[in-house]
Each structure stands twice: as C-alpha cells, then as structure tokens.
Write a protein that binds this ligand. Sequence first.
Ligand code: T3D
Length: 258
Amino acid sequence: MPSILFEVKDQIAFITLNRPEKLNAFNREMALLFQQKLDECQHDKNVRCVYITGAGKSFCAGQDLSEVVETDGQEVNKMLREQYNPIVWKIRMMEKPVVGAINGVAAGAGANMALACDVVVATKSSYFTQAFSKIGLVPDSGGTFILPRFIGWQRASALMMLADKIPAEEAEKMGMLYKTFPDEIFVEESIKIAEKLSHMPTRSLALIKHALNFSVSNTFEQQLKIEDVFQQKAVETHDYKEGVKAFLEKRVPEYTGE
Ligand code: T3D
C-alpha cells in the first residue's frame, strides 16, 4: 500500500497519511510523496479544497523514530530541509484552503503539521503532544512559530517543555484548533466543512490565507496596505462579481474559483 492515499472527489483532494501500523509516522518516502501530492493540489485547478487526515486510529506520530537511530546533526538538518520544512511551507502557501482532520494522536512533527492547516478539526478522542523534548529534541515543522501565536507564550512554553498529552477539547479551548466532533460523526462533519470550502470563492480564500500569513510579522500599517492590495485582487475575480450579482438577484451564488 502507498504511504499516502490520494483521491480527488468533487473538487476536494483527500490526502490520507497511510502507515497505520506506525501511527502514520513519517519515513522519508512518505514525506516526499506527501510533498508531491501537495504540489499536485496546488497546480490542479479542479482542486478547491485539501483535506488531510490519517489512516486508522491516529493522525500522525511525527518522525518514524526507527529511521533515525544514530542520526547525526547534519542528517537531521537535511531531514528538516528536505522533509518537514517543505511540507509545512507548502501547506501555508497553498492557494486553497487546507482542512486538517485530526482523527487521533498528533505528535511531534505530526502535531505541528496539523497546526499549519487553515481549518483544524479533531475527534473528541484525539490528543496533541509536542513529543520532541521527551526524546531530547526541539519542536520543528514550524511549531515554535505557530503555537505561541495560537495559545500564548506561557502555554506554548509549558506544552513544548513538558510534552504533555493535550486532549482535543482542551486544545480547542486553548485556541489550537477550530472545533471538535464526537468520533462517530467526525468524518461526516469534517467533510461537510471541506465541501463548504470547496464551493466558496477560492481566490478570496487564498488571499485571506496569505493576508493572515503576512499578519504575523507585519505592522498594523503594513497590514492595512496588504488588505488594500489584496482587496483589489479580490475585486478583479469572477467570483466577486458573481457574489454581488447573486446578492442583488436574491439567489445563491455559483462560484467557480476564478
Ligand atoms: O531526528 C529526528 O527525529 C528529527 C525529526 C523530528 C520530527 C519529529 O516528529 S520528532 C517526534 C517523533 N515522535 C515521537 O516522539 C512520538 C513517539 N510515539 C509516542 O510517543 C507514542 O507512540 C504516542 C504518544 C504517539 C502514541 O502512544 P500509544 O500508546 O497510543 O501507541 P504506541 O503503543 O506507543 O505505538 C503503537 C505502535 O506505533 C508501536 O509499535 P509496535 O510496538 O506496535 O510495533 C510504536 O512503536 C509505533 N510508533 C508510534 N510512534 C512511532 C512509532 N514507531 C516509529 N516512530 C514513531 N514516531
């Protein structure tokens, strides 16, 4: 079986991390295949939403530790540059919404990849752990950037140092994710979110995403300029014209993503 399952259905690309016997931990082959699929999503005009989940009872347990026995600093450095950094970068730069559908444990790089998604939802039985410090590592995959911005410095510091298991409902209260759903209705409810996003004005969603990307390092003044530039881009889209027209005609808009 391939380590990544991939299917495009009704303009949603479903990416499933598929090494369930290892709780979908990443080996090199899986990390590279994941990147390839993210690239396909970016370039395929038929894809208007990406949905990432894990096979079996877990989302992802981070790096496959059986692959890194006796790894030295240079190899880890290469690993981050070749495997993990491009994955979170591609998720953040993707010009379509990415749903992180967390269906069990999200640990280490798996937890931080989840945080990089645009809309993160989880089963109530899921949990997150910044597992790195437990094995003498430092959080990677953007975790030290994203987590303090989501939940504040103090809580991020505690989570990263203690590597505690944080149940999804607690993570939701902290602001680490959007919503949790009971396990038995999770697939249905999380796909509904992807379906909704796939029918929305895709280019406006991409601009919202990039505006948020810029907001983490911009001043208020710089951000007002970004909003100005992005709004001009949005106004030029077909979907904007359709949105206004449909509103005035009192009908449901039909967005094409253009
Ligand atoms: O050099 C570098 O590593 C740089 C890269 C860093 C990126 C990272 O992601 S570092 C962080 C790596 N991940 C971890 O440290 C998490 C390790 N796993 C765990 O702590 C636990 O497995 C979990 C908390 C995730 C889940 O616990 P539990 O009790 O539900 O499951 P389990 O029994 O521990 O695991 C089930 C199986 O999956 C087990 O295999 P077995 O005994 O049935 O044959 C276990 O060994 C395997 N597994 C789980 N996580 C990993 C793994 N195998 C390899 N690598 C894993 N990360």
